[in-house]
Design a protein around this ligand. Structure first.
Ligand code: KIV
Length: 272
């Protein structure tokens, strides 16, 4: 039996997420992409469900997050929203939907909110997206930032290695985080950065810092397929696997195949 703890069954809102930092309550965030899984994640007490563009990798099988379209993200996010009662649902804005112009960004953020019923959007990047972030927030849409390893820029980075190890990159990231907070972001995800830098961000910013491969922070986020051990080929240092679904699913499906082939399934109780 899990030891999850839901202190409060009220719907998680953006002001409540911000208050969790001041109250010293850690934020548990996890991805989901479909109705059934979202219901389980919500019931287990996760505070924020991210419909991440990691759906590109784990749902659609693209090699990076670059190809996923807004239409695909809308289908995943809609399904998640239908399965959730308590958690705040955040939908990633996919690559190309906010980098062209602020107008384009606002139009696409509005489309995502209207078509999915999500509570907020997440966007990757620092100073260069601040004018767009401001416009989206002014429209009434809460924005979560994302700094450090920003997978939509993989073609510029070249690798998925740790970011902001150098002093100049760390200083840039601290300034980007400050600008995102000033622009009105309600939280920032930091991916694959040194723990010392995350700690500085936690101390300097009044909004929650949510880490993935960034060490201790105001909250943590993982990709659900990684946490559940569905994908055995992805084993970064920061990942803690809470289950071995790959083995459980392979064994269960293998047993089903054997039972069908042997004629054991269906038996007399399993038909009309
Ligand atoms: O797309 C995603 O799942 C994410 C998380 C890794 C933070 O952005």
């Amino acid at each position: 039996m899990s030891a999850y703890l839901v202190e409060d069954n009220r719907k998680v809102t953006v002001p409540r997420v911000k208050a969790m930092k001041t109250e010293g309550k850690k934020i548990a965030m996890l991805t989901a992409y479909d109705f059934t899984t979202a219901g389980i994640v919500d019931h287990a007490g996760v505070d924020i469900i991210l419909v991440g563009d990691s759906a590109a990798n784990v749902m659609a099988g693209y090699p990076t997050t670059v190809p996923i379209s807004i239409e695909e993200m809308i289908v995943y996010a809609r399904s998640v929203v239908r399965g959730v009662q308590r958690a705040l649902v955040v939908c990633d804005m996919p690559f190309g939907t906010y980098q062209v112009s602020a107008e384009d960004g606002v139009r696409n953020a509005v489309r995502i909110m209207q078509a999915t019923g999500a509570d907020a959007v997440k966007m990757e990047g620092g100073e260069s997206i601040v004018p767009t972030v401001r416009r989206i927030i002014a429209t009434g849409i809460p924005v979560m930032g994302h700094l450090g390893l920003t997978p939509q820029s993989i073609n510029s980075f070249g690798t998925y290695g740790v970011r902001a190890r150098s002093q100049s990159e760390a200083d840039r990231l601290l300034e980007d985080a400050r600008l995102l907070e000033e622009a009105g972001c309600f939280a920032i995800v930091v991916e694959k950065i040194p723990a010392e830098l995350t700690s500085k961000l936690v101390d300097r910013l009044s909004i929650p810092i949510i880490g993935i491969g960034g060490g201790p922070a105001d909250g943590q986020v993982l990709v659900i397929d990684d946490l559940l051990g569905k994908n055995t080929s992805f084993s970064p240092k920061f990942l803690r696997r809470y289950a071995d679904l790959n083995t459980i699913m392979t064994n269960a499906i293998g047993n089903y195949v054997s039972d069908v082939k042997s004629g054991d399934f269906p038996n007399e109780q399993e038909h009309y």
